[in-house]
Design a protein around this ligand. Structure first.
Ligand code: SF4
Ligand code: SF3
Length: 566
């Protein structure tokens, strides 16, 4: 088993620079290196699939596989060694199939395409190795080829740009996968992701080209979030203002976490009439805002708060828990709940049963979880009351006149976009204090699990408009951008940056990276990112982001509020 690793893809990177022995997230060196190997192998297959696409031999199932494999490497998504090895093996199998197909092209373009591949390979040691790498024994999954891993690029600015793009693509892959699960797809997004994986693998890449690729990543991030918004709202209706119960009922329950709404739908259908209730945890809370899910009487409420509280909250929940995506926290050895956790989709954890993918046109089979729940005690009530949310773009547009009037009359002085992630580090208390200390004529626009830092505070309303408007999951940050664009129109402004909106985005994992790049692409400036700036941003790349986009960090609550309001 490997004992060395290097990972700095999330906000908790050890000592603010990178995890080198074991991830703060719980990822072992072995799992981390396997994930690096998977990304390495995906670069190789991407060269074949982008070339094959030109000859019409790309296929949706290959795109879907690449997307899911990238998703599996997002922080806290998949800790299952064997699952990652399966992804690697499948990647190599697809690569070899594509190699054969390209060679066998009868039209003669096969020769041309093979040459094109060889030309690209000659410009890249990474692609040279990753298109040939073929582990033959179990040991070989433990030896990193010397062109795999983050530290392969010596120049820290190039490495910084390459990884910024890689993490953006991982976030984009996650959103695209959810959309595909609902039957929505956009080939342009796959083409971009795969081409970008190839471009960042070339030797001596051009810095300006990489900077442009960062913005292009943001552009395709917008497309992915838009696609997912369309997929979710066309299947389940537009989120609407909803009061979500945070207490419990008297039946045993299943707790569902993560972001995948197709899983949510199938679980609700399969639990109906069984005497088992369904509760959401963390990022699944916004499922309650969708009209189509409201019709289920056994969809009781939201239990607990954001992902990092799972160690306590899963104990008292008493019933089985289903992870449809990140964020999994490895349970302690003595955890009483560890035999009650299931994963599905890109998520995985060694020892947690995994619910298999749905067959074409079929459904996933959640029977083992439902049967498990029937044998469990009902959840222990840990709080009572309600939280309000559902302010995605359609709901806010419906309230637009009210909102515009409140701004014109001065009742609302400023909006604060506080989207993104939550995390376990103490410095995140900043966000609770920030929300508490904001003047009463301000409104918070939020999305993602960052909201749990303040969504249970009683911050009141302004003429009936709640002071915390939750649009939904992190991908619904797209809604916040749509809302800003609509306000820009309503106020007849040239530039959305002239609106009374400030941005203080909390990040943790790579989905927040694509949200940030999407906001930059849309032209939003002066976004403050916290609680710390990414370890993968080199000083020079940070300077570019500061100069071009006015990106900033955070300091203390009082000075920051003063700065934002000034
Ligand atoms: Fe460390 Fe974050 Fe990487 Fe986990 S995902 S190993 S915490 S940098
Ligand atoms: Fe949260 Fe993991 Fe990022 Fe979807 S669930 S926002 S941290």
């Amino acid at each position: 088993m490997s004992t060395n690793m290097f990972c700095f893809q999330c906000q908790e990177a050890a000592k603010g620079s990178g995890c080198t022995v074991k991830g703060v997230c719980g990822k072992t060196a072995d799992e981390s290196n396997l994930q690096d190997l998977l990304v390495f192998a995906l670069k190789g297959v991407s060269l074949f699939s982008t070339t094959a696409r030109e000859a019409g031999i790309a296929r949706d199932n290959i795109d879907k596989f690449i997307t899911k494999a990238l998703f599996a490497t997002v922080t806290n998504t998949n800790f299952d060694r064997n699952a990652i090895i399966d992804f690697i093996n499948k990647t190599i199998e697809i690569r070899e199939e594509l190699r054969e197909e390209i060679k066998n092209q009868k039209s003669g373009s096969g020769k041309y395409l093979s040459e094109e591949i060889e030309n690209t390979i000659s410009r890249s040691k990474i692609l040279h190795d990753s298109t040939k790498w073929q582990p033959k024994s179990a040991d070989e999954y433990e030896k990193m080829p010397d062109s795999a891993g983050v530290l392969v690029t010596q120049n820290e600015d190039l490495r910084s740009l390459q990884e910024l793009i890689t993490y953006g693509i991982k976030g984009m892959a996650a959103y695209t996968e959810h959309a595909m699960n609902l039957g929505h797809n956009d080939r342009d997004i796959h083409e971009f992701m795969q081409k970008a994986l190839v471009k960042i693998s070339l030797d001596n890449p051009d810095t300006d080209e990489l900077v442009n690729l960062v913005l292009d990543t943001g552009k395709h991030g917008v497309k992915a979030m838009e696609l997912l918004d369309k997929a979710n709202t066309s299947a389940y209706g537009n989120p609407e203002m909803t009061k979500v119960n945070i207490g419990t009922g008297s039946n045993p329950g299943i707790l569902i976490s993560g972001h995948d709404l197709k899983d949510m739908e199938e679980l609700l259908k399969q639990t109906e009439g069984t005497g088992v209730d369904v509760y959401t945890h963390s990022e699944m809370l916004p499922a309650h805002y969708y009209p189509e899910f409201k019709k289920y009487k056994h969809f009781v409420g939201n239990y607990g708060s954001s992902w990092w509280k799972q160690k306590e909250e899963f104990e008292t929940f008493n019933g089985p828990i289903l992870f449809t995506t990140n964020c999994i926290v490895p349970p302690a050895k003595e955890a009483g709940y560890k035999d009650r956790v299931y994963t599905t989709g890109a998520a995985g954890f060694d020892g947690f049963p995994h619910i298999a993918e749905r067959e074409e046109g079929g459904e996933k089979d959640f029977t083992p979880i439902v049967d498990h729940a029937k044998k469990c005690k009902p959840p222990v009530e840990i709080e009572k009351g309600e939280i309000t949310g559902g302010f995605a773009h359609a709901q806010v547009t419906a309230l637009a006149d009210k909102v515009v009037d409140a701004v014109k009359s001065g009742a609302i002085r400023k909006f604060f976009v506080m989207a993104g992630c939550d995390g376990r580090m103490k410095n995140r208390e900043y966000y609770t204090e920030f929300a508490k200390n904001l003047p009463e004529d301000t409104v918070i626009l939020t999305a993602g699990c960052a909201k749990y830092r303040y969504n249970k505070l009683q911050l009141g309303d302004i003429g009936g408009i709640p002071r915390v408007l939750d649009a939904g999951q992190c991908n619904d940050s797209y809604s916040l951008a749509v809302i800003a664009m609509k306000l820009k129109e309503a106020f007849n402004l040239e530039d959305a940056n002239e609106l009374p909106i400030a941005f203080s985005v909390a990040w943790y994992e790579q989905k927040a990276v694509i949200v940030l790049l999407a906001l930059l692409y849309l032209g939003f400036k002066n976004i403050h990112l916290g609680p710390t700036l990414p370890a993968f941003l080199s000083p020079n790349v940070t300077n570019v982001l500061v100069e071009k986009f006015g990106i900033g960090g955070i300091s203390d609550v009082e000075s920051d509020i003063k700065m934002f309001l000034g």
